[in-house]
Design a protein around this ligand. Structure first.
Ligand SMILES: C[S@@+](CC[C@H](N)C(=O)[O-])C[C@H]1O[C@@H](n2cnc3c(N)ncnc32)[C@H](O)[C@@H]1O
Ligand code: SF4
Length: 454
């Protein structure tokens, strides 16, 4: 007879724990001003001296209006002038960074925001041209951009394609009119459909949709309908993000009526219904919040154990160096993380004065890189071989003895299996992976206030 499963640790108790999303390790609250422009310049020079290709991230912190739920670094601009000026500064920053790196090879370009498609087409093309002028963009580059479907036109899609864009993410969020009113984002299905068709007609076939659960007014019926309508359009990938309600950090979220927010149990159910609906359309679950077609590179990477996680979420990108451009962007080299000035004015001042705009970051120290790999594996593959990772860093797995002790109660309750130096998440991995990963976070409890696990 099997031993009875001890359920002393309930799912809702785990889901209520506040833990980082681990798009970096150490996480952003542990960045400091110790990493400055001079240190970052030295890291960039070293990146340029290696043979490896790098990834580029370009941040565009502008939107026409701010959605109530938004947690991104962006601001509203009704006019194009500040966005045009921003693009000019981006061009200077690209030239400046290239002085340090030289013409490195580029395997991935990602435009995030904010709303990168608010850049007028000629500005976008100028920046892309400069990227090509200063770096060696590989022929097989993945060139991705986050788009607000309310601002995608047929001509705009055609010009994105002509500029070399290969993948687009559309912010869909929720398709229910009541929920859309509660989040301050009116965007009927027809708008999403028109953007989707425009992109596909232009020749951009790799299209991702972003959906969210935990939004005000969502019910099991509304989220099922949203997931069905979204998956019914057959995008290549779907991301399903849990709404992170952090009004102490994001003032715009004060516009969310908290009385309409689903509680923890309701969030778990909303996520489950959305996941089941997407699954019924033939998508494979990837990591904690993504879905992809069975033949998608993300699914193949998951199956091969090579799936990676970075600031943009799950990726096949194996580049060790990510260079961030634009206000607030975060880059990473094998030496550590470096973040640009978060506000556009300071970032502009630094670049216009001919300096990198780096204001903070984190040099990797001690076992940071090794722990980062463990956390990445748990969030990507829901299992980890601690001995293999330790060996890769020339360390002993006993470095993780105390962390395994922390996980014991979860193992005793049947959530995870600890077998020698391997850890596997057995039950509801998408819900509890962040909690399990946090057992390997040496800095947890030493700063930062996070959103709930589910
Ligand atoms: C930069 S935005 C996407 C691009 C574009 N601005 C749009 O909204 O259509 C990236 C994604 O982050 C997600 N997001 C924004 N705020 C969030 C929050 N507070 N919690 C969880 N996900 C959030 C949304 O799904 C959004 O599509
Ligand atoms: S969700 Fe997108 S469009 Fe809405 S405010 Fe945030 S970045 Fe802008």
């Amino acid at each position: 007879m099997n031993a009875p499963v001890i359920t002393s640790v309930s799912l809702s108790e785990l889901a209520r724990r506040t833990v980082p999303r681990y798009t970096s390790y150490p996480t952003a609250p542990h960045f400091s001003t110790q990493v400055d422009a001079e240190i970052h310049a030295a890291w960039l020079m070293r990146a340029g001296s290696r043979d490896d290709a790098v990834s580029l991230y370009v941040h565009v912190p502008f939107c026409r209006s701010i959605c109530h739920y938004c947690g991104c670094t962006t601001k509203a601009s009704r006019k194009d002038a500040p966005i045009r000026a921003y693009a000019e500064t981006l061009r200077r920053e690209i030239a400046l960074v290239a002085e340090f790196t030289g013409p490195v090879a580029v395997s991935h370009i990602h435009w995030g925001g904010g709303t990168p498609n608010l850049l007028p087409a000629d500005c976008f093309e100028d920046v892309v041209e400069d990227i090509h002028r200063h770096f060696r963009v590989r022929d097989d580059v993945e060139h991705a951009i986050e788009l607000d479907p309310r601002h995608v036109s047929r001509e705009g899609a055609r010009r994105l394609m002509a500029a070399g864009v290969t993948r687009a993410s559309l912010g869909v969020q929720d398709l229910d009119p009541g929920v859309q009113a509660a989040i301050g984002r009116l965007q009927p299905l027809e708008v999403v459909e028109a953007a989707y068709v425009a992109l596909r007609t232009a020749g951009i076939h790799d299209i991702n949709f972003d959906l969210m659960y935990g939004l005000p007014g969502q019910t099991l019926e509304t989220i099922r309908a949203t997931a069905m309508n979204a998956a019914g359009l057959a995008p290549s990938r779907i991301a399903l993000f849990g709404y992170a309600h952090v009004p102490w950090f994001k003032a715009n979220q004060a516009l969310i009526d908290e009385a309409l927010l689903p509680n923890t149990e309701a969030r778990i159910d909303l996520a489950r219904v959305a996941r089941e609906t997407i699954d019924a359309f033939g998508y494979e679950a990837i990591g904690i919040d993504h879905f992809a077609r069975p033949d998608d590179p993300l699914t193949l990477a998951r199956d091969a154990g090579t799936l990676r996680r970075n600031f943009q979420g799950y990726t096949t990108d194996a580049a060790e160096t990510l260079i961030g451009f634009g206000a607030s962007s975060i880059g990473r080299t094998p030496e550590g993380y470096a973040q640009n000035a978060p506000d556009t004015a300071s970032w502009t001042r630094a670049i216009e004065a001919g300096h990198l705009a780096t204001v903070r970051g984190r040099a990797f120290a001690g076992d940071d890189l090794m722990r980062g790999r463990v956390i990445e594996a748990l969030l990507s593959l829901f299992q980890v071989d601690l001995a293999a990772i330790a060996a890769g860093f020339g360390a002993e797995p006993t470095a993780f003895t105390a962390d395994l002790q922390t996980l014991r109660p979860l193992a005793d309750a049947g959530w995870v299996t600890i077998d020698g130096w391997t850890v596997r998440i057995d039950r509801q991995p998408t819900e509890i992976a962040r909690v399990v990963a946090s057992a390997f976070d040496a800095y947890l409890g030493h700063g930062g206030r996070h959103s709930v696990a589910v």
